[in-house]
Design a binder for this molecule. Structure first.
Ligand code: NAD
Length: 415
């Protein structure tokens, strides 16, 4: 097992919140582990005529509040423990957003970058054949995640339709618009995050039109965080980074121009109207809003004391270690935890399920308005608890979520 075990982190966070909530032992035993786990072997004929056998997983962590929801990851270093942890976080994320959904996660150990489109389609269809009897619009609804795409969701939905004999659009979310996808899904994570940052800025009396922003990671979440920061609130995006390097311009970068540069060259590094800085330096800049939008553990005990941002908006999952959390809290930095900050993606996925169930198509404006209402309400329910109990925002978010799941478990009469 690797040194960083996300399941151990997820369970520690759970234990901390369960202790403050004074949950009884049976409830803790129940909520600490997934309700159901499936693992499957997936034989796929490759382009060279050979057959490769892949290992797949689906973990339905908890369905007390409704059908389980969670992405499917295609990754060479996927592990069951990672899927379990992400399933647990999905459960809390849906609950903190007050969506009528439980949490799940799936994955396949594979290297999609080394596979052809035909091989990927065959793998997607093989995965669905194995999970068809345990997923469904009222049961468990997958979505895209690391290295899985809207096109793959379309193949998966199509395979499910062939098996069941019905065109159930709502069996999977994150689909292309032409097969029941939702408007607003592409930038939902960053947009939802910005709605919570707007509320935090009000709380801290920060004028966003004068605010400076740094973004670590310039992929889907990070590039939209930079673009929307400028577009929606007039923020000055001063620094961004990716695996190729970090860049800074104190007068403000043009996020769209940086994105074009990245598309052409493969990295934000070398963008002409900026200077290079070390990747680690970006995290320690004196900015109003810092977006960790890359990988887990970006802020740890070694750099936490040097973080100077007023607001840390966690677009990435698990970017702050447990030790760093304590340091940031002690230093008065307002962390909007991943559970809440990046929940815009699953919220618009939920909107996609609702549209599919009613055969409706909402406009982008309608999606943004409803997303704003949900994110704003969730932010304030967490902030209120954090203030009342004098605790950090992450523990408060976990408590709001766990309390809601535990309540559903009790009402159903399970415990
Ligand atoms: P992505 O692969 O599109 O982008 C990741 C970016 O991070 C890339 O630009 C990569 O170069 C950069 N990166 C990686 N390591 C880095 C480092 N050490 N320093 C600087 N940059 C680095 O992924 P994404 O979809 O944007 O997801 C990013 C994070 O946000 C992940 O933790 C993911 O789980 C989380 N998230 C994403 C979504 C979404 O809708 N995309 C939703 C919820 C959570």
């Amino acid at each position: 097992m690797s040194e960083y075990n996300p399941m151990a982190v997820a369970q520690s966070q759970f234990n901390m919140a369960a202790e403050i909530l004074d949950l009884d032992e049976a409830m803790r035993e129940f909520l600490r582990w997934p309700m159901r786990e499936f693992s499957m072997r997936l034989p796929v004929r490759m382009d060279d005529g050979s057959v490769e056998v892949f290992q797949g997983f689906r973990v339905q962590f908890n369905d007390a509040r409704g059908p389980t929801k969670g992405g499917i990851r295609f990754h060479p270093t996927e592990t069951l423990d990672t899927i379990r942890a992400l399933g647990m976080w999905m459960t809390w994320k849906c609950a903190v957003m007050d969506l009528p959904l439980g949490g799940a996660k799936g994955g396949v150990i594979c290297n999609p970058k080394a596979m052809s489109a035909r091989e990927l389609e065959a793998l997607c269809r093989a995965y669905i054949r194995e999970v068809a009897s345990i997923i469904g619009p009222g049961r468990d609804v997958p979505a895209p995640d690391v290295y899985t795409t809207p096109q793959m969701m379309a193949w998966m939905m199509d395979e499910y339709a062939k098996i069941s004999g019905w065109s159930h659009l709502g069996v999977i979310t994150g689909k292309p618009l032409s097969v029941g996808g939702s408007q607003g899904r592409g930038d939902a994570t960053a947009r939802g995050g910005w709605y919570t940052v707007r509320e935090a800025a009000r709380e801290l009396s920060i004028d966003l039109s004068e605010a400076t922003v740094a973004v670590q990671g310039y992929g889907n979440a990070g590039s939209y965080a930079a673009t929307l920061g400028r577009q929606l609130f007039g923020c000055k995006v001063v620094a961004v980074s990716d695996t190729g390097g970090a860049i800074i311009n104190e007068d403000g970068l043009d996020p769209q121009a940086v994105l074009r540069h990245k598309t052409e060259t493969g990295s934000v590094a070398g963008f002409p109207e900026a200077e290079a800085i070390a990747n680690g330096e970006l995290l320690e800049l004196d900015v109003d809003v810092l977006w960790p939008a890359a990988l887990e553990n970006a802020i740890d005990k070694d750099n936490a004391e040097r973080i100077r941002a007023k607001i840390v908006a966690e677009a990435a999952n698990g970017p702050t270690s447990l030790e760093a959390d304590e340091i940031l809290y002690r230093n008065g930095i307002h962390v909007i935890p991943d559970l809440l900050c990046n929940a815009g993606g699953v919220t618009v996925s939920y909107f996609e399920m609702v549209q599919n169930a009613c055969l409706e198509q909402w406009s982008a404006e309608c999606v943004y308005e409803r997303l704003d209402a949900k994110m704003t309400r969730a932010y304030h329910s967490v902030l209120q608890l954090a203030k009342r109990e004098d605790i950090d925002m992450r523990t408060a978010a976990c408590m709001v979520a766990i309390q809601r799941v535990a309540q559903a478990v009790r009402v159903r009469g399970w415990i």
